[in-house]
Ligand binder design. Structure first.
Ligand code: HEM
Ligand code: HEM
Length: 227
């Protein structure tokens, strides 16, 4: 006799994680459109860049104090857990992860850190003509040129990670018949195992995001040297 419970809806991703994800997707698209393809103007590149920086800072803090599956401690695992997960992939006892799986966690970390590096390098970058990141004139011309090179390299690495991210999501859909996108939209998964995630207050998330936005705003106000 099977002891398997019928699938039920369980909570996985809280609202702050979902809103941050989709807002970051929009910002990153807009950053490529404005930085690389001349959409709108570089004014908007800077604005979307500041928004992205505030979102990333918030997500990193939420990864420490946020809801259960938002926390790095919930999904960042060592090499053994990653190998174990990879070995279980083709087996009948394969269990999809509740939150991020140990391999996907690497991609999540890589994307968050790359986006952070990209936004921070932007602050120190310049295009040698008209557009100067708010901290670019606080350092030497050659240092700012180096940061700009990093900004150019970072955008390529980030693009590569985004392509891998979308390929991985498609592989889970096609091979494992696991829809990861729906939970990132609704917050829920249909599961016969596991439990509802422990939730942190969205008001705490809002207060933390306001702090991150204020920190970024302070950089834009006090960053550029006085005229
Ligand atoms: C995740 C955040 C960001 C992404 C994905 C991003 C992406 C890009 C891209 C694709 C370009 C065109 C680079 C090229 O032509 O190869 C660019 C250029 C630039 N970005 Fe960003 N950017 C981000 C954040 C920022 C921020 C926060 C600032 C400053 C406030 C900034 C300032 C600049 C500047 C000054 C350039 C012109 C560099 C040049 O023409 O050589 N970026 N960025
Ligand atoms: C600019 C493009 C994108 C970036 C930078 C990005 C970045 C990220 C990041 C950082 C996470 C971790 C979420 C967290 O724990 O906070 C994530 C997860 C996720 N993203 Fe994206 N994403 C992008 C585009 C997309 C798109 C277009 C889709 C939908 C087709 C998508 C679907 C997902 C899903 C389903 C997850 C959860 C994966 C899992 O269950 O482990 N992403 N993404």
């Amino acid at each position: 006799m099977s002891t398997e419970q019928p699938p039920r809806r369980i909570r996985i991703w809280d609202l702050p994680v979902r809103l941050t994800h989709w807002a970051l997707v929009l910002c990153v698209l807009a950053l490529y459109a404005t930085g690389e393809y001349g959409w709108l103007s570089m004014d908007w590149h800077f604005r979307f860049g500041y928004a992205a920086l505030a979102l990333i800072l918030f997500r990193l803090i939420w990864g420490v104090v946020g809801s259960e599956h938002a926390r790095f401690s919930d999904f960042v695992r060592g090499p053994r857990a990653i190998l174990h997960y990879l070995e279980s992939w083709g087996r009948a006892d394969y269990r999809p992860a509740l939150g991020h799986n140990p391999l996907g966690a690497l991609a999540v970390l890589a994307m968050l850190l790359l986006m952070l590096a990209q936004a921070v390098s932007g602050l120190f970058s310049n295009d040698e003509i008209q557009w100067y990141g708010p901290l670019s004139e606080r350092i030497s011309i050659s240092a700012s040129a180096d940061w700009t090179d990093w900004h150019h390299l970072g955008q390529k690495l980030l693009l590569l990670m985004i392509v891998l991210h979308l390929v991985a999501i498609s592989v889970y859909r096609l091979v494992k018949h696991e829809d990861l996108v729906q939970p990132m939209l609704t917050g829920n998964k249909q599961r016969s195992d596991g439990h509802d995630a422990r939730w942190r207050s969205p008001w705490l998330a809002l207060a933390l995001f306001a702090l991150c936005a204020a920190a970024v705003w302070a950089i834009t106000i006090w960053g550029p040297p006085p005229l």
